[in-house]
Design a protein around this ligand. Sequence first.
Ligand code: 0SG
Length: 209
Amino acid sequence: MSLLLDNQFKELPHDNSVDTKLFLDAVSHLPAFIDCLGSKVFSLIKSDITGNITKIQGVYVKDPQRYATLQHILEAERDDHAKEWPKVGATLALMWLKRGLRFIQILLQSIADGEKDENNPNLIKVNITKAYEGALKRYHGWLVQKIFTGALLAAPYRSDFFKALSKGEEVKEEECLANVRHFLVNFTATVDAIYDMYTNLNAELDYSV
Ligand code: 0SG
């Protein structure tokens, strides 16, 4: 079974609220997935994402009832840190984490849609570049954009990426793509809900690092 599908995001309730515990359970597997991509170049990304998750977890465990949904966290931090908010605490960590999640979503969707460089069909650089431009580039200054260019050189081959998604097993491409499409249903809904929440609460910032 696919690494992603073992750790499916749950279907959202009708009000699109995101349960903090279920969300943390689902994202906690992403760092291990990044390890499967093979190159040490990705350790910077892994540690950034791990830091975001640890920060959100740290807030949640202080009072699981108060922080039962991601929206509860943002609203509580807005009340508690009126001056600094939204550039503070789990609100800031989730703001960045959701961009990484959007990156993964666009990347997987592009692969699932069959977008390819016809001259190099076993590369996924075209999909990674699309995801970067859609989710992250505008938040990165030239130095971090250079890091992206370096990371692109270490991008796995399409076949190795599918192997990583399948926990090292040789799985037929069509089966793997079916798993990806299945994973994307709840994952996309969750990422969209988090983006909508940042818009509705006026919590989005667009500075670059
Ligand atoms: C298939 C392979 C694909 C590889 C493609 C790589 C694409 C990304 C390359 C870019 C590398 C980015 C490395 C890290 C950059 C970070 O500087 C930024 C900003 O980080 C935030 O800065 C922190 O995350 C915040 O941490 S917090 O939890 O404490 O709140 C905070 O420190 C903030 C600064 O805040 S301030 O002081 O200004 O108030 N991070 C990103 O851009 C996110 C990068 C996510 C990449 C996701 C890639 C997923 C790959 C999965 C592959 C399937």
